[in-house]
Design a protein around this ligand. Structure first.
Ligand code: ADP
Ligand code: F6P
Length: 469
C-alpha cells in the first residue's frame, strides 16, 4: 500500500478550533482531514545550539492524520527560517527585492535543514510511498532525499508566486536552487504565470527543453509542471459562518457598528499584503466621500507574523503610526473609522465576522493565491452577499474575476472601488457572488488535493493533459 507523506515547514495545530497560521497549514489540514495521511514538519519550537541534530521526532495522532514534528536549534532556525526562507526567498519571490538580503552561510544552513528533514523522513517513508512537499522552505528537500537513495515519487507544491527569471537571479544562489528543484518529479504552481516563469528559467538558463503536457526535460531527467489553484471547503465555511451568526462576538460587533457598513480585512501582518497602501486608499475614500463619514467602519485584523525578521518589525511600526494618523484625522467622539487589531481568531469565529461585512478588502501587492479572498466569498449569505474588492496581483484574481479587481498601487482606483462596493445594488452583488461561488465550487480544495496526488502517482495523467486546471 502506497501512503501519502506530506512535508511542510509549518504544520497546523492538531486540535480543532485553534487558529491556523497561514494558508498552507489551513489548506493542508483541511485536505488531510478527509483522507488521512502522514504529515511531517517543524514543531515551531527553537532549542539551544547545544542540542544538535538529529533532533527527536514526536508523533501525535488526530483521527486519520499522524502528525510528526521536530524542533530546530537556534543556529538552524536563524539561517534556515529567519534567514534564507524569510529574508531572501520570501521577499524575492514576492518581487520585493529591496527587502531581501543574502548570505551564503544562511543558504548553507537552509540546505542543512533540508538534509535534516530528509534524515528524519527516511524513518517515516517506505519505498512505495509518495511524498508531497509544500512551499519555499523545502526547495532542496528532493535533492537531499535523492542523495540518500530515495527513489520515491516526490512532488512540490509552491504556495507562493514564482518570480520571473530576471528577479530570481537577484539571489546569488539561484543556479544551485534551481538545480535542486529539478530533483522533484512534479512541481505544482498556483497560476499559469508562475509555472511559465519557472519554465522560462529552465529553458533559457539551464538549456532545458519543453515537452508536451507541461514536462520539462533538463540534465537527463523530466520534471512535470502543472497548475493547481488551491481552494477552500465552500460549504463547510458557509455553514461555519451561518452557525455562529448570532454568537456573542458577532452580536458585540453589530452593536458596536450601530448600523454602519463594515469593510473587513484579515491578514498575517506581512509587507506583501499591501497594508500601508490599503490604509491610505481608505483614507482617500474618506477624504473623497464625506457622505460616508459615520456610516462606515474599516476593521483590519492583522496577526503578527515572523516578528523577529527586521522587515516585519518595520511594517508593524509603520502601520501603528498610520492607523493612529488616519483615526486622528477623521474620528469623531462617537465614530472610529479604522479599527486595527493585532490578533488572530479561530477560523470558526472568523467566518461570521466575514459574513457580517459588506465589503471584503483584499489588496496584496503580490500573493500566491490568498485564501482570505476565497474564505470571504464562501462566508457570505447568497441572498444578500457582501462585495469582494481584490488585488489583481493575488493568484485568486485569476479565478475570482467577478470581484472588483484593483491595482493596490492605485490609491484613487481602490478608493473608487470601495465606494462602488458599498453602493452596489443587490442584484449585481448576487450575480458577482454566484459567479465566484461557481468557480470556487469547481476549483475546490478536494480537487486541488486529488489532482496533485493523482498527477504525482500517475505521471501519465499529466502527459495526456488529463488533469488540466
Ligand atoms: P498566507 O498564507 O500568506 O498567510 P492566505 O490568505 O492564503 O495568506 O492564508 C491565510 C490563512 O490564515 C487564512 O486561512 C486565514 O483565515 C488565516 N488568517 C490570516 N490572518 C488571520 C488572523 N488574524 N486570525 C486568524 N486567521 C488568520
Ligand atoms: O504560503 C504562505 C505561508 O508562507 C506558508 O508557507 C506559511 O506556513 C504561512 O504563510 C505562515 O508563515 P509562517 O509559517 O512563517 O508563520
Amino acid at each position: 500500500m502506497s501512503r501519502l507523506i506530506v512535508v511542510s515547514n509549518r504544520v497546523a495545530p492538531i486540535t480543532e478550533g485553534e487558529p491556523t497560521a497561514g494558508g498552507l497549514a489551513a489548506g493542508v489540514m483541511d485536505a488531510l482531514r478527509q483522507k488521512g495521511g502522514r504529515w511531517f514538519g517543524w514543531s515551531g519550537n527553537v532549542v539551544p545550539d547545544m542540542v544538535t541534530p538529529p533532533l527527536p521526532v514526536v508523533e501525535q495522532r488526530s483521527g486519520p492524520i499522524s502528525l510528526y514534528t521536530t524542533d530546530l536549534n537556534q543556529r538552524d532556525y536563524d539561517a534556515y527560517y529567519k534567514g534564507f526562507s524569510n529574508a531572501t526567498l520570501w521577499p524575492v519571490f514576492h518581487y520585493q527585492t529591496d527587502l531581501a538580503h543574502f548570505d551564503w552561510a544562511e543558504f548553507e544552513g537552509y540546505r542543512r535543514v533540508n538534509r535534516h528533514f530528509a534524515d528524519s523522513l527516511q524513518a517515516l517513508m517506505a519505498p512505495q510511498d509518495v511524498v508531497w512537499v509544500h512551499d519555499y522552505h523545502l526547495l532542496c528537500l528532493a535533492e537531499a532525499l535523492r542523495a540518500q537513495g530515495a527513489r520515491n515519487r516526490i512532488g512540490l507544491f509552491l504556495h507562493i508566486p514564482f518570480p520571473a527569471p530576471a528577479v530570481l537571479m537577484n539571489i546569488p544562489a539561484h543556479a544551485e536552487l534551481m538545480a535542486a528543484m529539478c530533483h522533484y518529479d512534479l512541481i505544482g504552481f498556483q497560476t499559469e504565470s508562475d509555472r511559465l516563469a519557472f519554465a522560462d528559467y529552465v529553458l533559457r538558463e539551464m538549456g532545458g527543453e519543453a515537452l508536451p503536457g507541461g514536462v520539462l526535460a533538463v540534465g537527463g531527467h523530466a520534471i512535470r509542471t502543472g497548475v493547481y489553484p488551491i481552494g477552500v471547503h465552500v460549504d463547510m465555511l458557509r455553514q461555519e459562518a451561518a452557525a455562529a451568526a448570532d454568537s456573542a462576538q458577532v452580536q458585540a460587533l453589530r452593536a458596536s457598528l450601530g448600523g454602519r457598513a463594515l469593510i473587513m480585512s484579515v491578514d498575517r501582518l506581512d509587507y506583501s499584503k499591501g497594508l500601508p497602501q490599503r490604509f491610505t486608499a481608505y483614507e482617500r475614500f474618506l477624504a473623497d466621500n464625506p457622505g460616508w463619514h459615520r456610516k462606515v467602519e474599516f476593521t483590519q485584523i492583522a496577526v503578527p507574523s515572523r516578528s523577529d525578521v527586521h522587515a516585519y518589525q518595520e511594517i508593524r511600526r509603520e502601520l501603528e503610526g498610520e492607523a493612529g494618523r488616519i483615526n486622528g484625522r477623521f474620528a469623531e467622539l462617537d465614530w472610529t473609522p479604522l479599527r486595527y487589531l493585532n490578533r488572530s481568531f479561530a477560523r470558526r469565529d472568523l467566518m461570521p465576522l466575514y459574513a457580517a461585512a459588506q465589503v471584503g478588502l483584499v489588496t496584496p501587492l503580490r500573493d500566491g493565491m490568498n485564501l482570505v479572498a476565497k474564505e470571504f466569498v464562501a462566508a457570505q449569505d447568497p441572498a444578500d452577499p457582501g462585495v469582494l474588492v481584490l488585488s489583481r496581483f493575488a493568484g485568486a484574481a485569476r479565478e475570482l474575476d467577478a470581484a472588483l479587481l484593483i491595482n493596490p498601487h492605485d490609491e484613487a482606483g481602490t478608493a473608487a472601488a470601495l465606494e462602488r462596493a458599498l453602493s452596489m445594488r443587490l442584484e449585481e452583488r448576487r450575480e458577482r457572488h454566484a459567479a465566484m461561488m461557481a468557480v470556487m465550487r469547481h476549483n475546490s480544495l478536494e480537487r486541488w488535493r486529488d489532482r496533485f496526488e493523482c498527477d504525482l502517482r500517475n505521471p501519465a495523467s499529466l502527459e495526456h493533459g488529463a488533469s488540466a486546471a
